[in-house]
Design a protein around this ligand. Structure first.
Ligand code: SF4
Length: 384
């Protein structure tokens, strides 16, 4: 366990006049809030803190960089400016607007939650944390974020940024993903929360973690440096204490592009997994010892009933997710039949179609298939 080595106080660090931080909570809160008032980023959902906008921003920003999240948020608000417009939308269009953010269950949950708010709450986003938590796709962090940021509820928000900041200010020297570190973070997050300023305080903690108390901490510009035990002890870079990392699981798949004139064959995946409801080129995971070519022909036959022949290899696309890494071998294939191919016999899809370039651009595709489509049609430099 890498807990770091405690060092003697360095000579350039100011005397610990605000240590231990437990004895200086009001000063710490003031320092943090005044820094936030001056340095907060002008994010679009901070203009008016509308519950719908706060909710969408929180859903989009999970596992997404801020700049990218803002671009998606702006585009989303143009198409779905309020909850009733979203609730009336088709799932296909919602998935398309989400395309590229990944974790498509979040998009499905957003649509289901919008419809539930309309049917259960008359279209008004609920303000009670229990009602918010009861909506699809909303866990404890998101419920606390919406309740405090949109409605000012006096509840702490604990995300990875907040964990990092607290683990350093209070020098938590055990991993935060298990006892007793997890309980300590919760205790401290509540202890430092000014109940009447939850909206600003929670955002300030997250903003501090995002901008200053980053993985590599920028202590010289930190508004709470005088309160920070880990900085004082010279162990900030060793906090939070990490659990050993689990490596990403490699997944190798083969995919085939079957053309007919200007169109390509695509099918809509059945619901039930993370790519459920999205459109894709047929193919799948290779079996042990199988070559990509053999796996592709087998998968094509199993999924569509087509016995395809390989025209040429297109390339390899690699896409990394949080817990797994997809390597996709793709091929151009043809059917050894004259004229229009017969309809497929679907076993893994709910719909199929011959899609032109324009149609393909408007369909929701998983990221590796989108890279393939872009590469195929030269829309971007992605790919092969
Ligand atoms: S002083 Fe450094 S380690 Fe401590 S909270 Fe500030 S940036 Fe983080």
């Amino acid at each position: 366990m890498a807990t770091g080595t405690r060092q003697a106080t360095l000579p350039f660090i100011s005397p610990p006049r605000h240590l231990p931080p437990e004895g200086h909570v009001p000063e710490l809160q003031r320092a943090l809030l005044s820094w936030f008032a001056e340095h907060m980023r002008p994010l679009p959902w901070r203009r008016r803190y509308a519950p719908y906008e706060v909710w969408i921003s929180e859903m989009m920003l999970q596992q997404t960089q801020m700049e990218r999240g803002v671009a998606y948020f702006e585009r989303w608000m143009e198409r779905f400016p309020d909850l009733s417009v979203l609730a009336a939308a088709e799932e296909d269009e919602v998935l398309k607007m989400w395309e590229g953010l990944g974790y498509y269950n979040r998009a499905r949950n957003v649509l289901a939650a919008a419809r539930l708010v309309v049917s259960r709450h008359g279209g008004v986003f609920p303000s009670g944390i229990e009602d918010i938590r009861a909506l699809p796709g909303i866990g404890p962090y998101t419920a606390a974020a919406i309740a405090s940021i949109a409605f000012g509820a006096p509840v702490p928000c604990i995300d990875a940024n907040v964990e990092r900041v607290l683990s350093r200010i209070f020098d938590i020297d055990t991993p935060l993903r298990q006892s007793p570190g997890a309980e300590r973070v919760k205790e401290l997050a509540s202890a430092v929360l000014p109940k009447d300023r939850a909206r600003e305080h929670n955002q300030a903690m997250m903003e501090l973690g995002a901008l200053v108390c980053r993985k590599s901490p920028q202590c010289s510009g930190c508004p709470v440096a005088d309160f920070c035990v880990a900085r004082h002890l010279g162990v900030a870079a060793d906090r939070p204490v990490a659990l050993p990392k689990t490596p990403r699981t490699p997944i190798v798949i083969a995919t085939g592009v079957l053309r007919q004139g200007d169109a390509v064959y695509v099918q809509r995946r059945e619901e039930g997994d993370v790519w459920g409801g999205l459109w894709e080129f047929p193919g799948g995971v290779l079996e042990p010892g199988e070559t990509p070519e053999d796996g592709l022909v087998r998968e094509y036959r199993e999924e569509t009933g087509f016995t395809v022949s390989i025209t040429r290899k297109g390339g390899v696309i690699v896409h990394a997710y949080t817990t797994y890494r997809v390597t996709m071998h793709w091929f151009v294939v043809h059917l050894p039949v004259q004229g229009t191919p017969p309809p497929p016999s679907l076993t893994a899809a709910s719909e199929w179609r011959w899609a032109t370039l324009e149609e393909l651009q408007s369909l929701p595709l998983p990221s590796p298939h989108r890279k393939l489509a872009d590469s195929l049609f030269g829309v971007s430099g992605a790919g092969s």
